[in-house]
Design a protein around this ligand. Structure first.
Ligand code: PLP
Length: 395
């Protein structure tokens, strides 16, 4: 029964039927001369989603974590310094990966619930007179805390310090759901995955890569084989892959791009904002607090919500699952037990979101939360009624 319900985890997302069907293709020969007709337009069209005309798109069969590894191993050398702020589980895990790769990681510790600290980046970069810092790593949308960071502000900080470091951005849980402007923000490597905004199965990491990053690749000495951009680009240029491609995902990606462009990227972003605001209205009605500390930080793909003192968020997500067959994100890292997460990304409608809010309210009521049953749902309903998109307004 529970597999009939949408999931409310912040990715992998619900897969629209249209994309499930698109991925349901029989094996085709990836060494056949016509494979290029499938692959090349997908790589080209994905550039629009990254917001790049000058960069290129490189994919590997991997999850988002593989993309982090591809980003650092293709551009950096052992002992290089990277500057990273830690404000959630995913920024933490990228830091951990850098350390395990023998990089010298200069960490800016931030409170969870805040975002990338542009002013502190600028101070650190200005102090780096010897230009030891080779890359600044930023998580655009910290899925653990529901915090969106201002990448343009990070770029401005780097420019203000006249620092030549590469800018690498994790947009795993934001790309294709929230605006992303690789060229305008001067991003050198952007890392995304198939299973979030693209609404596909997990298994394809998708990177946007600038020419500056490709220039660094020539001298980068970190070991790499599977994730070597050069092998992938050489094969792609001949219309192929250096190894077996995730064919079904490439077909899925082709259809996903069609869906995104049919809706219009701006409409996709506006829909995510609207749904997120409905969830935030519900949160206020329950009298609960978001982990994100201020409205400019609110993510439009995931809301992390503190449970009241004395309650255990794991008991809440367990209750939602066992009693109602509904999945919500658990609290990660230092948020475990203290916060739960509502994912609102991918192909969701108002009514789907309302069903999730109704379900978590029932679980809260079962556990004697100090909330009134229906209060969050009603607040979201009011928001959705008042903000119907033009296409539905004539009804
Ligand atoms: N970065 C962010 C912001 C994420 O949300 C995730 C996964 O949820 C990852 C990286 C890691 O991606 P994956 O689980 O696909 O390896």
């Amino acid at each position: 029964m529970s597999d009939q319900n949408p999931v409310f985890i912040p990715g992998p997302t619900n897969i629209p039927d249209r994309l499930r069907h698109a991925m349901l293709v029989q094996t085709r020969d990836h060494r056949a001369p016509d494979f290029v007709e499938t692959l090349a337009p997908v790589l080209e069209d994905t550039k629009r989603v990254f917001g790049t005309a000058t960069g290129r798109v490189i994919t590997f069969p991997a999850s988002g974590t593989g993309g982090w590894e591809a980003a650092i191993s293709n551009t950096l050398s052992p002992g290089d310094t990277v500057l990273v702020a830690r404000y959630g589980m995913f920024s933490h895990r990228w830091i951990d990966m850098c350390e395990r790769h023998g990089l010298d990681v200069q960490i800016i510790e931030c409170e969870w619930g805040t975002g990338a600290p542009a002013a502190r980046f600028e101070a650190a970069l200005s102090a780096d007179k010897a230009r030891k810092i080779k890359a600044v790593l930023v998580t655009h949308n910290e899925t653990a805390t529901g915090v969106k960071s201002d990448i343009a502000a990070v770029r401005a900080a780097m420019d203000a310090a006249s620092h030549p470091a590469l800018l690498m951005v994790d947009c795993v849980s934001s790309l294709a759901s929230m605006p992303f402007e690789m060229d305008a923000w001067g991003v050198d490597i952007a890392v995304a995955g198939s299973q979030k905004g693209f609404m596909l199965a997990t298994g394809m990491v998708i990177l946007g890569v600038s020419q500056k990053a490709l220039d660094h690749m020539e001298s980068a000495k970190l070991p790499r084989t599977f994730f070597d951009f050069r092998d992938m680009m050489n094969s792609n240029a001949k219309g192929g892959f250096p190894y077996t491609p995730p064919l079904q995902l490439i077909y899925g990606m082709r259809e996903s791009l069609k869906m995104l462009f049919e809706e219009g990227l701006d409409n996709v972003y506006a829909r995510h904002t609207r749904l997120a605001e409905g969830v935030r209205a519900a949160t206020r009605a329950w009298g609960l607090d978001l982990v994100a500390q201020s409205p400019d930080l609110y993510s439009d793909t995931v809301s992390a919500i503190y449970v009241p003192k004395g309650f255990d968020s794991n008991a809440l997500t367990d209750r939602a699952f066992t009693a109602y067959g509904l999945s919500f994100g658990i609290g990660l890292g230092q948020m475990n037990g203290r916060a739960f997460r509502i994912g609102h990304l991918g192909m969701l409608t108002d009514v789907m979101v309302l069903s999730g809010l109704a379900g978590i309210e029932m679980a809260m009521a079962d556990l004697n939360y100090p909330i009134r049953l229906g209060s969050g749902v009603a607040a979201a309903q009011e928001h959705f009624r008042a903000s119907r998109p033009a296409i539905l307004k004539s009804a």
